[in-house]
Design a protein around this ligand. Sequence first.
Ligand SMILES: Cc1cc2nc3c(=O)[nH]c(=O)nc-3n(C[C@H](O)[C@H](O)[C@H](O)COP(=O)(O)O)c2cc1C
Length: 278
Amino acid sequence: MGAFGGWGKAKLASIFSNAGGLGIIAALNFPKFEDFKKDLQTMKQMTDKPFGVNLSLPHSGFEESAKKTRTKEDYLKYVEIALKEGIKIFTTSGYKASFLGDRIHEAGGLWFHKCVLIKHAISTENEGADGITLVGLEGTGFKNPLTNTTLVNITMAKKLLKIPIIAAGGIGDARGFLGALAMGADAVCFGTAIMVTKECPVSEKAKTKWLNLDIFDNKFHEKIFHYNVKSFMSPSTAIAHQKKMLPLKTFIEEIMNGAENILSSWGFTANEFNSITK
Ligand SMILES: Cc1cc2nc3c(=O)[nH]c(=O)nc-3n(C[C@H](O)[C@H](O)[C@H](O)COP(=O)(O)O)c2cc1C
């Protein structure tokens, strides 16, 4: 599960974890530390499956923007609260996060960083990250004018990185999922596709609007493929694969079953892979 500003809370993340994915609670959704702690406790009541916590750092450089919002100490405090609640999986995104990674490792946790450029993935690996989520040009959220497509990012990352890779960016169906694995990813991250699932607490009106988007429209193309910070909330090309508001569990099952059907059509036998739905 991607990090979601606004919606990445126990309510949605627990459904994702219970459906077989890795639910992510985005710490910055809780301006008050106490509320963050409470949500982690709620999450533990709602699922006994693994989940993680995201810390999205300011993209434009920590020192400048964090002064106005959150300091490095604030970020460390979120980590401390999560560690105290027994959280062992952390994702970071945005700017350099090794000061958090170091603390997470010291406490025996796992640190995954999300970036959009291979050069940042390499430097994060050198700083000790346990895995990288690499977002391609097809994806939504923060990008860089030099962001490459998911195809280029993942196939190159497989050649250049030693640590596990999570592919993100435009993935919304079984072929995209399987394609990412074939390119070298160890897992995929869903963002846009989850936003239109039944349980996502976005309004039905917004979901319907997203489901009716034409990704081949010029305006859509302009927003997704040309870097612009204002595009942050635009759905990615993954929206084209969503036809209706599915329950989150059904969404994940359809991806897994679809992937297995494709593998079967390629001649793999069912006992060569494990179905989560069997
Ligand atoms: C509504 C929304 C809010 C998001 N908020 C964040 C965020 O706070 N931090 C972050 O690192 N990424 C955020 N993202 C990006 C996702 O975590 C993920 O990297 C991206 O959506 C993957 O691409 P996809 O949308 O093509 O699946 C957000 C995405 C969406 C759709």
